[in-house]
Write a protein that binds this ligand. Structure first.
Ligand code: GDP
Ligand code: MG
Length: 615
């Protein structure tokens, strides 16, 4: 049965038929540009867009009406509608490639692009549960409360800015290293400085250590906030000691980590903390050019019933302006309205500014990147390119994968990444599950969430998984009749869970099955100690006679005295007379030194071995 992952195979026979007919009867010709919107293509053929979407779905391509497809795909679709496709001449298309596009943009902004200016630091808060992260973020937010403007957005957004001594600091409102690392896993390195909150009455706890390690892995500087110093049993000095033990040495102890004692509850030490953040930020020399097309990252996104997709975006470079055409993740749009963190309508947003934007065609994902482009055509060209790249990586494998055969598929080298379509009952479950799954990745296998969303598993989810040789994970959701039908046809594995741990454990086991190669010990040779002599610097070497096999320089060695194993170590020297030897065969004598071992005695037996992958 033809795989849905090859749309051309499905539609080609029809297209071919149409071509043959051209000679005899008249087949309508449709001119299609290099890339074409679904709606546009439907218009060209005078059919309903839904028909086109359905046809694409049958070919394993999930698309919505605003999406853009490449010529090849469009031609196949046209063929299945009885049209002969013709590529519209290039000059008519006026379509720039992605590189042309960036050249154009560069030209437009080249003069100003060297104009780097200091930008506010972007700060996150990490630390153990209940140590006061949320309380601190609230306390900082209250240091400059601004009345929100009528008609603006009243809800809290995922980030805010405060001003201290006329310097701005941007805070990301989602505390915790999990969120931080989830964004990072998504390729979004947005934090410049992190505050590590440690409660003075509780000290360094497991999540404190995790937070330190996550920040270190990301090479993000840490400012320590020892919180709850108002508490009677507060012991900041103990915390400082514990931090040192955890590898984070504060200035007072001769290290270079800034540490501030605070009380988020009593609002003690907050200005000092903010000043420390500015200090660290200043040392980092954070800069960006405001005079460029904007680039940024999505912090959170949702659909608003009346206003459509809403996205909170952190502008990282350039200036985002009202009316800008933007590509965000897999969607695009035009900035119809923009609000700052206090809900005020704004016209532009400079680097490090968090803003809520209206005007995207679809809801993007947290961690998606935002890019300003010249116009709609460039936006579509960019999306086509992204789709093509996604398609290319998806079509690398052929057999459908499931958790049971994953082991074999990876062993056979057929699967290098596990593609997962993730459906959950609530949006809040997506990031934690995505994060835990992606954490299971190893050098051999990547775990990739190719699509995630809320609601029951649909036919299009199944098709997408089939087209990508992936599987579907449903968390607290079920699959409709149609979806189940397609999954059995396409042999797509659907797994249902209601506990995150069970979910990740199952996937981990499936991956581990093959990822833990079985090693067996292979004995190379044996030797008997006949003499012991000094080998310099207090070390001893053994004069041995090789009784079995051969012994080699890079072997591992075990020293037996009778049945007792004295040591397991590596060979540090192997000499025949005065010369270094690579290996010595049975029947010969040689000198052997063993790393970190001097306690040889005549009669000891040496066993030389190595670990080999069993296959
Ligand atoms: P999170 O889990 O790290 O976000 O911790 P929260 O901000 O929710 O704080 C946990 C508890 O500690 C709450 O009951 C807070 O009111 C309390 N708390 C936070 N900061 C302080 C502080 O500086 N002093 C005191 N006494 N309590 C605090
Ligand atoms: Mg909290």
């Amino acid at each position: 049965m033809p795989k849905a992952s090859q749309p051309d195979n499905v539609a080609e026979p029809v297209a071919a038929k149409a071509e043959k007919k051209t000679a005899a009867a008249k087949v309508p010709v449709v001119n299609i540009p290099n890339s074409v919107g679904i709606r546009q293509l439907a218009d060209f053929m005078g059919v309903d867009s839904i028909q086109v979407i359905k046809q694409l779905m049958r070919s394993g391509i999930m698309a919505n009406i605003n999406q853009v497809i490449d010529y090849e795909t469009a031609a196949a679709i046209a063929g299945s509608f009885g049209y002969q496709a013709k590529l519209k001449p290039l000059k008519e298309q006026r379509l720039a490639t992605a590189s042309e596009e960036s050249k154009k943009l560069k030209k437009r902004y080249i003069k100003e692009s060297i104009d780097l200016q200091p930008r506010p630091p972007v700060v996150t808060v990490m630390g153990h549960v209940n140590h006061g992260k949320t309380k601190l973020l609230d306390a900082i937010r209250q240091t400059n409360v601004v009345d929100s403007e009528a008609g603006g957005i009243t809800q809290h957004i995922g980030a805010y800015q405060v001003t201290i001594d006329s310097h701005k600091i941007t805070f990301l409102d989602t505390p915790g290293h999990e969120a931080f690392t989830a964004m990072r896993a998504h390729g979004a390195n947005i934090t410049d400085v992190t505050i590590l909150v440690v409660a003075a009455d509780d000290g360094v706890m497991p999540q404190t250590i995790e937070a330190i390690n996550h920040a270190k892995a990301a090479e993000v500087p840490i400012v320590v906030a020892i919180n709850k110093i108002d508490r009677e049993n507060a012991n900041p000095d103990l915390v400082k000691q514990q931090l040192t033990e955890a590898g984070l040495v504060i200035e007072e102890y001769g290290g270079n980590t800034v540490c501030v004692e605070i009380s988020a509850k009593e609002k003690i030490g907050i200005p000092e903390l903010l000043e420390s953040l500015l200090l660290v930020a200043e040392m980092e020399e954070l800069k960006a050019s405001p005079n460029q097309p904007a680039a940024g990252v999505v912090i959170e996104a949702e659909i608003d019933k009346t206003r459509g997709p809403l996205a909170t975006v952190l502008v990282q470079t350039g200036t985002l302006k009202l009316g800008d055409t933007i590509v965000v993740g897999n969607t695009w749009g035009r900035v119809r309205a923009m609000f700052n963190d206090t809900g005020k309508r704004i016209k532009k947003a400079e680097p490090s500014t968090p803003v809520v934007i209206l005007g995207l065609n679809e809801v993007p994902h947290a961690g998606d990147t935002l890019t300003s482009v010249v116009d709609e055509q460039h936006a579509q060209a960019m999306l086509v390119k992204q789709r093509e790249e996604a398609k290319r990586s998806a079509s690398l494998t052929a057999d459908s994968v499931n958790l049971d055969n994953l082991y074999d598929q990876i062993s056979a080298g057929k699967v290098k990444e596990l593609n997962v379509v993730l459906k959950t009952d609530v949006q809040g479950s997506i990031e934690p599950i995505r994060h835990s799954l992606e954490q299971l990745a190893t050098d051999e296998v990547q775990v990739r969430i190719i699509h995630s969303g809320t609601g029951n598993i649909t036919e299009s989810d199944v098709m997408l998984a089939a087209a990508s040789n992936g599987l579907i994970i449903g968390f607290n959701v079920s699959a409709g009749e149609g979806a189940r039908q397609v999954s059995s046809n396409q042999r797509v594995d659907i797994r249902y869970y209601d506990v995150i741990y069970t979910l990740t454990d199952d996937v981990a086991k499936a991956l581990k099955g093959m990822l833990e190669p079985k090693y067996i010990e292979v004995i190379d040779g044996k030797a008997e100690v006949r003499a012991v002599f000094p080998a310099g610097k207090g070390a001893k070497a053994a004069g041995v006679y090789v009784t079995d096999g051969k012994i080699t320089r890079n072997a591992t060695v075990r020293v037996y005295r009778g049945k007792e194993v004295l040591v397991e170590s590596t060979v540090s020297s192997l000499k025949r007379f005065k010369d270094d030897a690579k290996e010595v065969a049975a029947g010969y004598e040689c000198g052997v030194g063993i790393k970190d071992f001097n306690d040889f005695a005549v009669g000891d037996m040496l066993e030389f071995y190595k670990m080999e992958k069993s296959s």
